[in-house]
Design a protein around this ligand. Structure first.
Ligand code: G4P
Length: 525
């Protein structure tokens, strides 16, 4: 197959949701359709149970599982689909944000009873920023849920995206009858007694077909009215709107019952984008370019503390990736050869000889890679669109064993390269500050420093609200700001200037007093 055909048939996407909305279950049902697994229950949830906040063995176990489920590939309808899994636990939100940099589109799962939840909102903000095409799956219709029209309003308002329902439920909860597919005008009836089948497809010509009415009795008239309302309120579905991230096609179903899953999958393979061009600092890289290029979006440490090697996940951006071919690690200029690159089909890992744009390959890394690093055939590419986001919790980190200074420093460096957290250095006192999205990371870092690097650290509370990357064209104002906010200034790992705001109020004051300075919540602006 030619490179262009390989690219065209690839669909690389991430499934995201607030924990418990049904991401793992939906992923598993997709894999069942692709024939990649045979039984339900084969995909392990990678979520860290809420009770396990300080259960390190649990964290370690979960890390193991999430390597296996990081990327799951399967074939369906002539397409090669790569699902990127994202951690469910909100303390690992930063991991999820980074995974989104490797996704060409996203499916958001929403619980029909709970509606839009905090984590969903945050994830959508990242998708909006990147203009990632988004589809929505409203899950758990077998349970009593919210009125579908209210849900759609809430999704549009809270996620700030227009939605377009391509399927529509007939009732919900105990009386759930099935889903009408507006995309291909069919109805799939739901039988709760047979949970693992995809439901009987009811063929009918018109809405007043007696056979169809019998299936959804007594909801036939209501469905007719609701469909008429939808047709009036929601404009026609245009693929360009979806591809540009302005409109989200939406489906209803029940992942657990494998219901409505095929509808979204069939639509997905038709409309979702294949890998597109990616902007670098110097130029746009097109997937069909002959020369290989790719970037590291995730690094996973080995589970075995005696071997500090890691797996780096590379998203292929252009050209054909080949095993044992000479490549260049752009940041260091080092020559690389990957003798055992792995790809992932369902939960199986295997060594591959070639991979194409959209694919993810896992390569062995001894500590050289950093998140965002480019690999190419020699061209000095620096891909854009892989920002760090402002952490939400901060602590000073101190060495707790004077003999292990080097180990601590190296450990911190490597863990930060892996993207576990972000490191800042205070300008005022030179102390190191770790910033994370969740409290769990502090425990993970302390544990891993001790077990993988033999270093002991302790933390000191630092009640900060946000870290903002600052810039201004007005050097005088910037100087003035630096003088006034000296105590709150820090540098990130790349040496960029960061203002640590103690509170939302302090940030607002800074913004009001220094309108010439831009305060950014992500490192790329
Ligand atoms: P997550 O990855 O988004 O965190 O969610 P996950 O798929 O693990 O699903 C969370 C819970 O919701 C699971 O139950 C799962 O069985 C259930 N679930 C998923 N889809 C549906 C659905 O369509 N209908 C209903 N009624 N439930 C659904 P659990 O009890 O937490 O876990 P488990 O013990 O069943 O694995």
């Amino acid at each position: 197959m030619k490179l262009k055909e390989e690219i065209e048939r690839r669909r690389t996407f991430a499934i995201v949701s607030h924990p418990d909305a049904g991401k793992t279950t939906l992923t598993e049902k997709f894999l069942l359709f692709g024939g990649a697994i045979n039984v339900a229950g084969a995909v392990k949830s990678n979520k860290i149970k809420k009770t396990a906040t300080s259960d390190f063995m649990e964290i370690e176990k979960q890390r193991g599982i999430s390597v296996a489920t990081s990327v799951m590939g399967f074939e369906y309808g002539g397409k090669k689909i790569n699902i990127l899994d994202t951690p469910g636990h909100q303390d690992f939100a930063e991991d999820t944000f980074r995974t989104l940099t490797a996704a060409d589109s996203v499916i958001i799962v929403i619980d029909a009873a709970k509606g839009v939840e905090a984590q969903t909102r945050k994830l959508m903000n990242v998708c909006r920023m990147r203009k990632t095409p988004v589809m929505v799956f409203v899950n758990k219709l077998d349970r009593p849920g919210r009125d579908p029209f209210d849900l759609l309003d809430e999704i549009e308002e809270e996620l700030e995206i227009q939605v377009h329902p391509l399927s529509w439920p007939v009732s919900m909860g105990p009386d759930f009858r099935g889903v009408y597919n507006r995309f291909d005008r069919t109805f799939r009836s739901f039988r709760s007694e047979n949970k693992q089948t995809i439901g009987e497809l009811v063929e009918f010509d018109k809405m007043d077909d007696p056979n169809f009415r019998k299936h959804i009795h007594p909801h036939a008239d209501r469905l007719g009215e609701e469909l008429a309302l939808i047709a009036g309120v929601y404009p026609d579905f245009k693929r360009e709107d979806y591809l540009e991230g302005r409109l989200a096609p939406l489906f209803f179903g029940s992942a657990l019952n494998n219901f409505g899953v095929q509808d979204i999958l069939d639509c997905f393979i038709q409309v979702a984008p294949s890998p597109g061009p990616i902007q670098t600092e110097s130029r746009k890289v097109e997937p069909a370019e002959e020369k290989f290029s790719g970037f590291v979006f995730k690094i996973h440490a080995n589970m075995d503390p005696n071997h500090r090697d890691r797996i780096a996940f590379i998203k292929i951006v252009s050209g054909k990736f080949e095993r044992n071919k000479g490549y260049v690690h752009v940041r260091t200029g080092r020559k690389l050869k990957f003798s055992s690159p792995t790809s992932f089909m369902a939960e199986k890992k295997s060594i591959i000889d070639a991979a194409y744009p959209g694919d993810i390959v896992g390569v062995h890394d001894t500590g050289n890679f950093k998140i965002g690093d480019a690999v190419s055939e020699g061209e000095k590419l620096q891909f854009q669109g892989m920002p760090s986001f402002s952490p939400e919790m901060f602590r000073y980190v101190e060495n707790n064993d004077p003999n292990k200074f080097k180990q601590l420093s190296k450990g911190l460096d490597q863990l930060m390269d892996e993207g576990v957290a972000q490191l800042f250095v205070s300008v005022a006192n030179g102390r190191k500050i770790i910033g994370t999205v969740g409290a769990l990371q502090f425990d993970v870092i302390q544990y891993r420093l001790e077990h993988e690097y033999g270093a002991l650290c302790r933390y000191e509370q630092l009640p900060m609200h946000k870290a903002c990357w600052i810039e201004s064209k007005n050097e005088v104002k910037l100087k003035d700001f630096r003088l006034r906010k000296f105590q709150q200034l820090a540098k990130d790992k790349e040496g960029r200037e960061v203002y640590m705001a103690e509170s939302p109020y302090a940030l607002q004051m800074a913004r009001d007093n220094f309108p010439e300075i831009a305060f950014h919540f992500s490192s790329e602006f």
